[in-house]
Design a protein around this ligand. Structure first.
Ligand SMILES: [Fe+2]
Length: 160
């Protein structure tokens, strides 16, 4: 049986990935000039949410060891709240491309800085999925940075 804090950590991680997919969907609607980038981000965030859901299921069924470790539920909760507030804001304002890309950079970077995924201890058959989750989050930081650099240099928007 999972402990309350383990359930909380996994639910928050799932909520975070789902919320990021929703936010990037909104940005994609507002900023079609970065269509490829948003499509990629949305697809990968949906994959992350599914990975966390499977992690939860496998742990619940006793097929996967999980320890929340020093994961900070409050820290993840505050990021989720921030993402939800930004989603609400997209209904009221149209974000400038640079502002939206800065959001991606800051949000994904804060996940890396908090080392969110390294706090999950999983069985070997799930290690690769967790590694991919971490790697793609790092890649999102780079994708946002590259797009921002190109935007500031006055070049054409691109997904890579
Ligand atoms: Fe993600």
């Amino acid at each position: 049986m999972l402990k309350d804090d383990q359930i909380k950590s996994l639910m928050l991680a799932w909520e975070l990935e789902k919320s990021l997919a929703e936010l990037y969907t909104r940005f994609g609607e507002q900023l079609p000039e970065f269509k490829e980038l948003w499509e990629r981000l949305v697809q990968e965030e949906q994959g992350h949410a599914e990975a966390v859901r499977r992690l939860y299921q496998m742990t619940y069924e006793g097929r996967c060891a999980f320890a929340a470790g020093t994961i900070k539920c409050d820290a993840i909760r505050s990021i989720v709240d921030y993402v939800r507030e930004t989603i609400d804001a997209t209904a009221l304002v149209r974000f400038a491309p640079a502002r939206a890309l800065e959001f991606v950079y800051d949000l994904e970077n804060s996940l890396i800085e908090r080392d969110v995924f390294s706090h999950f201890r999983v069985s070997p058959d799930f290690t690769e999925t967790l590694r991919l989750l971490d790697a793609e989050t790092r890649q999102h930081v780079n994708l946002a940075k590259n797009a921002l650099d190109k935007l500031r240099a006055g070049g054409a928007p691109a997904a890579t």
